[in-house]
Design a protein around this ligand. Sequence first.
Ligand code: NAD
Length: 453
Amino acid sequence: MIEVVEPATEQVIAELPRAGVEETDAAVARAKQAFEGWRAVSPPDRAALLHRLADALEEHAGELATTEARNVGKPIADARDEIEMVVHTFRYYAAAPERLLGQTIPVPGGVDMTFREPLGVVGLIVPWNFPLTIASWKVAPALAAGNTVVLKPAELTPLTALELERIALEAGLPEGVVNVLAGPGSVAGKRLVEHPDVAKIAFTGSTEVGRGIAEGSAATIKRVTLELGGKSANIVFADADLERAAASAPLAVFANAGQDCCARSRILVERSVVDRFLEALEETVDDMRVGDPLDEATQMGPLISADQREKVASFLSDDAPVAIRGTAPDGPGYWFPPTVLAPMSNSDRAAREEIFGPVACVIPFADEREAVEIANDTIYGLSGSIWTRDGAKALRTARAIETGVISINSNTSVRVSTPFGGFKQSGVGRELGPDALEHYTELKNVFYATEDG
Ligand code: NAD
């Protein structure tokens, strides 16, 4: 059995059967059987079903947000925003079945046309930090394109994914189109990757596990998209609105207790304004409300598990330059206070590895050239921000940074309608926006002869 634990109380909130190889094979078989029927549903009918699924999720939004807040330990206000994004994601891709356009290409002797065909059964493997949100980024475009899915949530947070399976049936999606497997990655996940009837794996998780998935998928030449780790830079130039940059920086690292692949955990600050920036930052960190995820005022909850807390603590050696430390509750729960290390060098371990906890490094830089050099000195390339009032410098820097998504004078980079994904070892492929559909279809080229010869 899987024991599902509430990180804020350390209590078991659910026990579920643990899916193994046999259950995985059965889920793939159900998805395979449902595929021909689902791909044959006419585009407007498939669109209508996705809208119905969005409606049903909206009806259950309150319960889903509470379940997510309790299971992940995330603030209820954040969980509500996430479920809103889930609903929006299904609505956005509900428009896709009728817009999966091909091309006609001028050729001699006939007509040449292209079609976007579904892949078949798609395996979706997701992490514990944004369970239903990240699942929806994969399930919605996969279904819109006519695929059937087997979704494997993380063992720590399977509850909302299991609800999604139930809600999909309630909304009228045919049996077998959405299948959810609560099981360990090393067994159920691995089997999905190896399974000959799975055409593609869409994975979000750590770079280390992603590497194994890429290797495992090679045996059957599966299509693979990978959304992996990050160590993103938040670059603050001296000419920026420092107060705004400092007010925004803490939640850009500490939201979701730092367990966010987009966490801007390296704050690069131009040397001449480091002291002023740290002063302003301290005020915001001191004001952060860390506590009960179900309290409306909470901005940061606990970490996901005792293991995660131990891993995060390992980055704070006795001589770590702790410049700012917020508060965290005592007692049960995997609490960790928001912590800022300054000044740090980009070669320090805390600046190189993905901590996945509420620890930020402030790294001084001399000029634009050095800012870009430090920002790019990482194996990752997922997200990032630039703060400056100089528009040309902002755009030069945005183009020079090796990253998939970057924001200027803002720390937001994830939107339903815009592409999201990483450069370098942060991944392969894109989710969300119009581009995701490309990764859930095969391009077919058909030539129809209209002349002899
Ligand atoms: P993880 O890599 O440990 O696990 C992710 C998923 O993979 C889980 O469902 C797990 O059960 C499964 N898994 C584990 N071993 C497997 C195997 N051998 N074969 C198949 N599946 C396997 O990641 P996590 O700890 O759940 O999540 C944290 C990581 O996810 C961080 O590195 C974070 O940066 C990354 N992440 C990336 C994005 C993104 O969009 N780029 C978003 C969120 C999280």
